[in-house]
Design a protein around this ligand. Structure first.
Ligand SMILES: *Cc1c(COP(=O)(O)O)cnc(C)c1O
Length: 469
């Protein structure tokens, strides 16, 4: 391409005209935003911008390459580089315990407890009465005893770790019998058979996928058997012609043979979800009352707290887990203990949890309230987008996180017509804060259930920002 002497100079000339790094750094338009910021990051942003400018010149693109324009674009790059990798997002999907979006949001009390404990020192592993080393593995034991009826309990990093620890401590080198219908995979990475293999316990599958009777367990029991295990099939349900062994019966049979009865509850609710019109889930208290030696469950699923795995049950089984070397590797940190203790404390008055724990509050939101919030958002959108593009329609939210399988949570959605929903969703994700929505053919769907009221204005601005720029 040769210059014809027109308004655009030759590429070589334009390349030469680009400011050098030191010139840009000294330019007032750069100094305006770069002053006091990390120099390496500022340079990196300018470097990227200059590289882009050279690319555009070489490919003959028209562009404003004045130092002012370069400075302004580099500022955008700088802000993106400086952004933390982990950021808050607005969850408009209606999936409450969204594993990819951090599962349960924490309560105000839990947040306050974390801030209080993490700001300075704490008695994380210090026995204040005795003035010597204490154990972090007893800090929530009292609350767990009080709330679940278990003889003892403690928390580790997550429920996968709790199961791994339990099997390692209680069944290493021996057999654990599990119903074939309960050999589950959760969220693509937690598979009971694989966790069991890692623990050194040998898995023995009993029964068939849809039917397992006590006789199947008894027939498979041998001298190598250490435990019977029941796994809550969290994210799916075997329906139709099914049969499983009631926990109480399984526990009794295990104990008669000197074996342990283990339960992986997964979600582990401490309250009766039937109270808010949902299907009953087995509670932790029920599993404990049935006599299970060890019950494991997550801290950040239906419990509504921080990521953690809780082990609760008979004194001896819990103590063997606590003493196992793996307990050190999967221990919780002080922030988790603080948040978990504050979350558990809310359960002392179970009526409080529906107000104070965000995940449970979202679960319990009634349809009238959801409709009111959907209508409010729709109205604000219609004011700018016109009447026709925005509707409020019935839909379903989900508990998520491998809990309450197939349980429909009726909700009201704001449905927005867009030409390219996938592209619109991508732009919403690249915003600040990113907004995550659901897609349907030709539509974006916004579920108010998982959007906090204080986020509504930001959500509206984000939607209008891409739909009515
Ligand atoms: C979710 C789940 C797990 C894994 O719990 P994390 O807290 O995610 O580690 C294990 N077992 C069951 C049955 C589950 O539902």
């Amino acid at each position: 391409m040769t210059s014809t002497g027109g308004p655009t100079p030759a590429p070589e000339e334009r390349l030469r005209a680009l400011p050098a790094m030191h010139e840009l750094l000294a330019h007032p338009a750069v100094r305006a935003w770069a002053q006091g910021e990390p120099p390496a990051l500022v340079k990196r942003a300018l470097d990227l911008e200059l590289e882009e400018a050279r690319r555009r010149i070489r490919s003959g693109e028209e562009a404003d390459l004045s130092p002012e324009a370069l400075a302004e674009h580099a500022r955008g790059r700088f802000l993106a580089l400086r952004r933390p990798a982990l950021r808050p997002v607005i969850n408009a999907t209606g999936v409450i315990l969204h594993t990819n979006l951090g599962r349960a949001p924490l309560s105000e009390a839990a947040l306050a407890a974390v801030a209080e404990v993490a700001r300075g020192y704490s008695n994380l592993e210090y026995d204040l009465a005795a003035g010597r080393r204490g154990s972090r593995h007893t800090l929530v034991s009292g609350l767990l005893r009080e709330l679940t009826g278990a003889e003892d309990g403690f928390a580790v990093n997550n429920n996968a770790a709790a199961v791994l620890l339990a099997l390692s401590a209680l069944a290493r080198g021996r057999e654990v019998l599990v119903s074939r219908g309960e050999l589950i995979e959760i969220g693509g990475s937690f598979r009971i058979p694989e966790v069991m293999e890692q623990s050194g316990a040998r898995l023995v599958e009993v029964g068939t996928t849809n039917r397992t009777r006590l006789g199947d367990f008894l027939r498979a029991t041998g001298p190598e058997t250490a435990a019977y295990m029941k796994v809550h099939p969290s994210n799916y349900r075997v329906v139709g012609f099914t049969e499983s062994v009631p926990l109480r019966q399984l526990v009794e049979a295990a104990h008669q043979r000197g074996l342990l009865a283990l339960v992986d509850l997964g979600s582990g609710s401490l309250v009766d979800l039937g109270r808010i019109g949902l299907a009953r889930e087995p509670t932790v208290q029920e599993a404990v009352a049935a006599g299970a030696d060890l019950v494991t469950f997550s801290g950040d699923k239906l419990l509504g707290g921080p990521q953690a795995g809780i082990l609760a049950g008979r004194r001896e089984a819990v103590e063997r887990c606590r003493r196992h070397p793996l307990a050190r590797a999967v221990r919780v940190d002080k922030m988790t203990v603080a948040a978990l203790e504050a979350t558990l404390a809310a359960y002392r008055q179970p009526e409080r949890v529906w107000r104070e724990l965000p995940a449970l509050r979202m679960l319990a939101l009634d349809e009238g309230e959801l409709r009111r919030r959907a209508l409010r958002l729709a109205e604000a959108l219609r004011a700018r987008l016109g009447e026709r593009r925005v509707r409020v329609v019935r839909g379903e939210s989900r508990a998520g996180g491998g809990s309450l399988p197939e349980e429909p949570l009726p909700t009201w959605l704001v449905a927005i017509d867009v030409e390219e929903p996938a592209e619109a969703a991508a732009r919403l994700r690249s915003g600040d804060p990113p907004v995550i929505v659901r897609l349907r053919e030709g539509q974006l769907l916004v579920d108010p259930r998982t959007v906090r009221e204080e986020e509504e204005a930001t959500l509206l601005a984000a939607l209008l920002g891409i739909l009515a720029p």
